[in-house]
Write a protein that binds this ligand. Sequence first.
Ligand code: KG4
Ligand code: ZN
Length: 339
Amino acid sequence: MKDVYILAIESSCDETACSIVKNGREVLSNIISSQIEIHQKFGGVVPEVASRKHVENITGVVELTMKEANIEREDIDAVAVTYGPGLVGALLVGLQFAKGFAFSLGVPLIGVNHIEGHIAANYIQYKELEPPFVSLVVSGGHTFVVHVKDYDDFEVMGETRDDAAGEAFDKVARAMGLGYPGGPKIDQIAKEGNPLAIKFPKANFHEDTLDFSFSGLKSAVLNYLNSEKQRGNEINVPDVSASFQHAVVSVLVENAMKTIKSRNLDKIAVAGGVASNSSLRKALLQKGEEENVRILFPDAILCTDNAAMIGSAAYFQFIKGHVSGNDLNAKPGLSLGGR
Ligand code: KG4
Ligand code: ZN
């Protein structure tokens, strides 16, 4: 079969990203223009600012991506773009650009579900990986345990009932004045703390389900911080970070292992920004070894938002002939497996 080159665009949140992916697994270039510094001033992503920055950045990011991959316009077989979930204004910038670009090249447009893109990052990292497997998706907006039955067939086994795992990291970090995004900061500071110093509640929804609930844990941490302040005690930030992180990681590991056992599978592929968390990596790898389950993690650059993962997911749609019409619209609330 002829090689397939896909130009992919991702603009669902605060990264303007473009990538060229060959045959779904080989990344020829992967450019990410992050707006983090701008949003840091506000302590989180400001949607209007994100959209405006995407408009400013997208043309340059796409040009640079093609240049780095040493690719000409006529080499591109399809243009892929994230159409949801995400911030509507941010999604629309990538979508409009992708539509125009695909039309001008005379190639198909492929709309990609952002969460499915996160899972596909594992196909880039592990060239031999094929479904079925279990995926633990942990990002700023989503938390899922999912049975990946095929490249385009997902069964959600458990999900969060309130905050996402990354969101909990960001909110707790903010309360301790650690800045945005909070996940990497807590990860770093927790290395100097004791994970058993403070006993925070577990973040599962109910023992009988595979669902998560992080808002109770988040409130417990905020209450702890307030009451310590009121008592005039100094907060031990490393201990709070390590104890909070321990509570998050233990439920993620527990639910991922329960899911794999319920399906008799042998691989867990972790996906999303929180997948770069060092404590999660360590705990899952250890559990995997004990239980004879292979644990897969993409490199950090493929865990947080990027367009290479979108190009990979798009490839598996393309070879099945699933392409989008020019009426493709942004779907801010798109769910995993949703179209
Ligand atoms: O997947 P992602 O880049 O964007 C979304 O689709 O949401 O995830 C971003 C999230 C943020 O909440 C960030 O704090 C978190 O991933 N994150 C981490 C780490 N690195 C990023 N959380 C915990 N530990 C990390 N090392
Ligand atoms: Zn994401």
